[in-house]
Structure formats: C-alpha cells, structure tokens
Design a protein around this ligand. Structure first.
Ligand SMILES: NC(=O)c1ccc[n+]([C@@H]2O[C@H](COP(=O)([O-])OP(=O)(O)OC[C@H]3O[C@@H](n4cnc5c(N)ncnc54)[C@H](O)[C@@H]3O)[C@@H](O)[C@H]2O)c1
Length: 321
C-alpha cells in the first residue's frame, strides 16, 4: 500500500511513518516543517519507499499531485494546539480549514479514503465526562481566541462529513485526546514535554491554575496502532471516533511524577493563566473520552501506564540532548 501522510514530520505523523514503513508500505509525506522537524524522519530519508515533499497543504496543486498516487491518506497537518492559535489566529484558521478542504477535495476527486485527526478540544466546556461522540460541543465566545482551534477542527469535521454525503468521500474522523511520548516538543506549550524540560533543567515546573484539572494521556504508539486497526474496520468509515485512554490524572500529580522520575530539584509553582493569555483563558476541569465505540471497532486498550509513558519520555529527552 502507498500511504500519504500530511503532517508526517510532526510528532504523531513521524511515528505513523515508522509504523507504516516497518510494515513494508510506501509512504509519502507532505509537511511544511512549521511545527514538525526533519529530525523526526531523518532516519528514513535514504529509504526508496519514503518520499518527502516539504510543502504547504494550502498548495492545492501539490496536494492533488501527491493524492493521485496514494492508496490512503492520513490528514494530520494542522496548526496544532491552543498556543499556536493564540499566537497566529488568522494563519491557523486558514490552515485548518482551507488546508483540510484541499485534502478532502482531492481525496474525493481521486476516490481516496482518508483518516482525519480531530481533537478532544472540541468538547470545549462540556462538563459531562466521559465525552461521547454524540455529545454537544460547548465552546466559548470568538472574542477568546483559544476557541479558534476547537472551532476550526469542528468545522473540518462538518466538512469531512459533507464531502462524504455529497461526493462519496470515505472518511474516518478520530478525536484524539492528549497524545504523548518521544518526539513531542515542548515548544508549543504541550504539558508533558514542557514539565520534563523544566524539570531536567531544574527550572520551576509551572502549572497554569491550581493543578486540580485532570487529563487522560495516551502513548503515541498506542494511537498509531489504533489508526491501523481502524483502517481494517469497514464500519469505522463515516464515523467520528474518540481515541484516548481513560486513565485520568491531575496536572499537579503529573508534575510530581515528572519531578520524581527526573530526580529534579525544581519547585512546582502555580501560575495564573491570565499572565500568559491576555484575552482571558478558559480551561477545562476534566477531559475523559467515552471509548465504547473505539473498543467495539478495534478492541482498544491502553498499552502502558502514565508512569511508563513519563519514564520513556524522560529517557527520550535525555538521549536527544
Ligand atoms: N498531540 C496531541 O495530543 C493531539 C491531540 C488532539 C489532536 N491532535 C491532532 O493530531 C495531528 C498531529 O498533531 P501532532 O501532535 O503530531 O502535532 P505536530 O505539530 O507535531 O504535527 C503537525 C504537523 O503538521 C505540519 N504542518 C502544519 N501546518 C502545515 C501546513 N500548512 N502544510 C503542511 N504541513 C503542515 C507541521 O509541520 C507538523 O509536522 C494534528 O492534526 C492535531 O490537531 C493532536
């Protein structure tokens, strides 16, 4: 099989590249290296089954060109995370909406199936955990830029389903909850690599808020493996599916574990979110997926504990220093 991965030089995308090439497939990546890195894929650059286009998914001609020769498309390229959207609101919305539209349009035209990565962010301020795929989306006002990420991904979901209905696009939409592991960078504010970096340099470990907010973390290998199981499941097409672990941990406990595993002298400090985010910040207290659909389709179960994930992520950080 020949797979196209948009965003394949990123954190999750590069693990997907490893997985698919190891399975004897051909892989083409299109990535503009905006948040991804050549470091993540450099071990494949001489592999004749690996093809890299350093390009923007906003370039419709290139997207069309790479789509034609692919059998399946993983669409991961996006302006990722709340911080990116806060810093570059216009560019982020354009990439997430027009970029996805280019991919869905080309995939429809050439009849190529797609797996699209959406986000748990789109449950927004909904407090009824665990979140089911049919639950309401509860977003804050557009004057708070942070909701631009969730809103653009929600619109992508509408777009994907509209292409499915109108043009027969075969699409799987996955809503990823916090995905972590080696190669995730701290540069865009992701919590686990940020804590690890702070701890390893004996800087204060900074928690926004009081640390009682909880999240569920899933190992990136688990996520990539789940993608491949979904492709083998014909009932997954046309569906929106939560992907994530249900093991909940508070951000304070996460910071304590990071401190413990890095044997760091860092202090854990609490920062008012408003000091970082000028237009007022809204955070969610809990974010837990209902994974009954995922389990039914793939038999999903978490591959490892949060302690194992932290340990591996710390080891990665130490080895790549
Ligand atoms: N990591 C998580 O916890 C998480 C959670 C929910 C959803 N997601 C989604 O998963 C996908 C991958 O996220 P990630 O964590 O690997 O982030 P990442 O930033 O490492 O990966 C995104 C990749 O897309 C590339 N990219 C961005 N804009 C592009 C453009 N216009 N053209 C071409 N390439 C472009 C980046 O350079 C990067 O390599 C994203 O769609 C993200 O929204 C991730």
């Amino acid at each position: 099989m020949h797979y196209l991965i948009t965003g394949g030089a990123g954190f999750i995308g590069s693990h997907l590249v490893d997985f698919l090439l190891a399975g004897g497939n051909d892989v083409t990546v299109i990535d503009d290296l905006s948040t991804g890195s050549i470091e993540n894929i450099k071990h494949h650059l001489k592999n004749p089954r690996f093809h890299l286009f350093i390009e923007n998914v906003l370039n419709r001609n290139v997207v069309e060109y790479v789509t034609r020769s692919a059998d399946f498309i993983f669409h991961l390229a996006a302006a990722v995370g709340v911080r990116t959207v806060l810093e570059k609101p216009l560019q982020s919305i354009e990439i997430n909406i027009q970029g996805s539209r280019n991919v869905f349009e080309a995939a429809s035209r050439y009849k190529k199936p797609v797996l699209f990565t959406s986000t748990s962010e789109i449950y927004g301020k909904n407090e009824n955990v665990p979140f089911n795929e049919e639950d309401d989306i509860v977003l804050g006002p557009p004057s708070r830029k942070r909701w631009g990420y969730a809103c653009s991904k929600a619109l992508d979901e509408f777009l994907a389903l509209a292409y499915a209905e109108t043009n027969g696009l075969r699409v799987i939409i996955v809503r990823l909850f916090n995905t972590v592991g080696p190669r995730q960078t701290e540069r865009y504010g992701m919590v686990l690599p940020r804590f690890i970096k702070q701890a390893l340099s004996n800087q204060p470990i900074t928690i926004f808020g009081d640390g009682s907010q909880t999240r569920c973390f899933t190992h990136v290998r688990n996520v990539v493996n789940t993608f491949s199981r979904l492709l083998d499941s014909p009932e997954a097409f046309g569906e929106i599916i939560n992907v994530g672990s249900q093991q909940e941990i508070s951000i304070l406990r996460l910071a304590e574990l990071v401190k413990q595993f890095t044997k760091s002298n860092s202090q854990i400090v609490f920062v008012k979110p408003e000091t970082l985010y000028k237009d007022g910040f809204e955070d969610m207290n809990r974010r837990v997926p209902d994974v009954s659909k995922l389990k039914k389709l793939t038999g999903f179960s978490p591959c490892c504990s949060i302690e194992e994930i932290i340990k591996e992520s710390v080891e990665y950080c130490l080895s790549s220093k």
